[in-house]
Design a binder for this molecule. Structure first.
Ligand SMILES: Nc1ncnc2c1ncn2[C@@H]1O[C@H](COP(=O)(O)OP(=O)(O)OP(=O)(O)O)[C@@H](O)[C@H]1O
Ligand SMILES: [Mg+2]
Length: 240
């Protein structure tokens, strides 16, 4: 079982959109996918309710239950866990980073997102985790100086996933219907983008040695984790 986490301290960079879309693309490619929604806003739990299908389970897991939930998922034969983290530096995003084999840090091509990416990179490096950046919501005509500059900056910070993900209505429409772009419009460009993205992630995962889930360390409290931040009130993880 491999675990990927979408993390960045910047809200709105596309974590939930990309997490749901890659989950669908990976599922269509034969993976047994489980989404753990760690965001107290539970965007993907809501997405799953609209979806109504049981092919990709989505669950909000309280932090304390995360290690046991991962252990249980591995025993159940899940092959890919996709974690959606909240858009802030917190105990929760720290736990997402620690649980992941690969942290994917999405950023839009603007300086605020790039600065936030650097801050997230520090957190991921502190945790000793593998990471890669992803440029999201690029203008569809990608020959754009802002996109080029963003791509170069992220490449220099540690690596950029292919492809660059464009801003497309299909992603927003798919979310509205509880779908991935690959299901909304299977022959569309967004669908192809997500299939290519999953292929890139899979290649990266192959290079990362598998860690036994039981051996994963408990999430460390970092200096910037907000003290006294209330734990999300969530139902018990069915998976645990
Ligand atoms: N590639 C894209 N094309 C078009 N719209 C997109 C794309 N990626 C994200 N969006 C839109 O941008 C908004 C923010 O995306 P999303 O909710 O996935 O970000 P997030 O990082 O999960 O935010 P938060 O930190 O608040 O959880 C949403 O309205 C989503 O539909
Ligand atoms: Mg989100």
């Amino acid at each position: 079982m491999r675990t990927i986490a979408f993390v960045t301290q910047k809200g709105g960079a596309g974590k939930s959109t990309l997490a749901s879309n890659i989950a669908v693309a990976a599922s269509e490619a034969g993976e047994k996918v489980f989404i753990i929604d760690l965001d107290p806003l539970q965007s993907l739990v809501k997405w799953s309710k609209v979806r109504g299908e049981s092919d990709i389970a989505v669950e909000h897991v309280p932090l304390a239950k995360l290690p046991r939930a991962l252990e249980a998922l591995e025993k159940k034969g899940v092959t890919l866990v996709v974690i959606d983290a909240p858009g802030q530096d917190s105990e929760v995003s720290c736990a997402a980073i620690h649980a992941a084999d690969l942290c994917i840090v999405p950023a839009r091509p603007n300086v605020f997102d790039l600065w936030a990416s650097e801050a997230t990179r520090v957190r991921v490096k502190e945790a000793g985790k593998e990471y890669v950046f992803l440029l999201n919501q690029c203008p569809p005509a990608q020959q754009n100086a802002r996109v080029e500059q963003g791509a170069k900056a992220l490449q220099a910070m540690g690596g950029l996933l292919a492809p660059l993900v464009s801003a497309r209505v299909d992603y927003q429409e798919a979310a509205r219907h509880g779908l991935g772009a690959a299901e909304l419009n299977p022959y569309g460009v967004a669908a192809a983008e997500m299939q290519e993205l999953w292929a890139s992630v899979k290649r990266r995962l192959k290079k990362i040695p598998a860690a036994r889930v039981e051996a994963r360390p408990a999430p460390a409290k970092t200096e910037s984790a907000r003290p006294g931040r209330p734990k999300p009130a969530a139902k018990a993880a069915k998976a645990a």
